[in-house]
Ligand binder design. Structure first.
Ligand code: 5AD
Ligand code: SF4
Length: 338
């Protein structure tokens, strides 16, 4: 199916042919594997004031926390012993968490995992020098969504920060040799079909190794509390479009999709997603990392979560893989263990 035909399917709201094509493409690249990335939400402090996000600076109704080095390493170790080979350290733009400390943590992860695990960071816009220092400390990958490709909307939603600045930071990461993940939300106020199509095209243009698509879920603790919720279907269309436009890109079946519908993540896999991100954040802090309400992982404990994930992938004829699955662009071929 050509990109033009795919866009037409979306505009006519014909999900099934689009999903079938996305599944076919995903199968041809990744086979039936769904890769796991363990997520550790290490700080919920943030200097930015995005209108959509519960961690925004002005939200005084959340308990702020930072995980210390010991807890982070302990959490990684538990996941590593379980078989995970990719860890994502995600946090807000926390000025109280020195980048030098994050670098030490990357070194620590390298040591305890004997360099076998991929280290992914997701801590927002930083200087190129800081990105370099973290890379030298062992970080391999970085996640940073561009959120929306509409420059005006981006600036409005992100407390005055510009799309150009975000894209500049993504360019820095690519130039420093990171495997880069980006992506966008679906259902933001002011977004049009055209915006979604541009978002997908931007993912392709950036040549990212991973592209995350998640439904926007209005958070009552933010200025966007009263924006109506768009149905999950829109995010499913966007997922299928990303798979068709970027055949080799990793696409997570996102927590936000699982929050909107009990089978949201399976439905994303059925639209071409190939990654699941089990949440390893210590139980006592999970409830404080509330980007949006009702986050599904609050109902999943780690081990039960894994059983659940395996069942979910089974229900769409996929199987869980513990492979670290580097980005194809990184020149590392997939060697999916049978
Ligand atoms: N609904 C859905 N996703 C959200 N994010 C932040 N706030 C929300 C929300 N209310 C997403 C953003 C961010 C990622 C970590 O979480 O896309 O990049
Ligand atoms: Fe901070 Fe990221 Fe939330 Fe924006 S989306 S307020 S940068 S944590």
């Amino acid at each position: 199916m050509s990109w033009k035909q795919a866009v037409e399917c979306f505009c006519r709201r014909e999900l099934e042919p689009l999903a079938a094509e996305a599944r076919r493409v995903a199968m041809s690249v990744f086979g039936d594997a769904v890769f796991l990335r363990g997520l550790i939400e290490y700080t919920n402090y943030c200097r930015v004031n995005c209108l959509y996000c519960g961690l925004r600076r002005s939200n005084v109704d959340i308990n702020r926390y930072r995980l210390n080095r010991e807890i982070i390493l302990e959490t990684v170790m538990k996941g590593f012993e379980f078989g995970l080979r990719t860890f994502v350290l995600q946090g807000g733009e926390d000025e109280g968490f020195p980048m030098a400390e994050l670098a030490e943590i990357c070194r620590g992860i390298g040591e305890i995992t004997r360099g076998e695990a991929a280290i992914t960071l997701s801590c927002g816009i930083r200087s190129r020098k800081e990105y370099r220092m973290l890379k030298e400390a062992g970080a391999n990958r970085f996640l940073m969504r561009f959120e929306t490709s509409d420059a005006r909307l981006h600036r409005y939603l992100r407390g005055g920060l510009t799309l150009a600045r975000r894209l500049g930071a993504l360019e820095d990461l690519l130039a420093e040799g990171y495997q880069v993940g980006s992506g966008f939300m679906v259902g933001l106020p002011g977004e049009r079909d055209e915006t979604i199509i541009r978002n997908v095209e931007l993912c392709a243009q950036l040549g990212v190794d991973m592209a995350g698509v998640g439904p926007f879920i209005p958070n009552p603790q933010t200025p966007l509390a009263h924006v109506p919720q768009e149905p999950l279907e829109k995010s499913l269309f966007a997922t299928a479009l990303v798979r068709i436009a970027c055949p080799e890109t990793h696409i997570p079946a996102t927590t936000a999709a699982g929050t909107l519908a009990a089978d949201g993540r399976e439905r994303m896999i059925a639209c071409g997603a190939n990654v699941l991100m089990p949440n390893l954040t210590p139980e006592n802090h999970k409830k404080d990392y509330l980007l949006y309400p009702g986050k599904v992982c609050l109902r999943e404990t780690v081990l039960k979560g894994f059983d659940d994930l395996a069942r979910r992938t089974g229900s769409v004829n996929r199987r869980i893989s513990f492979d670290r699955a580097d980005g194809i662009r990184a020149g590392v071929p997939y060697q999916v263990s049978k």
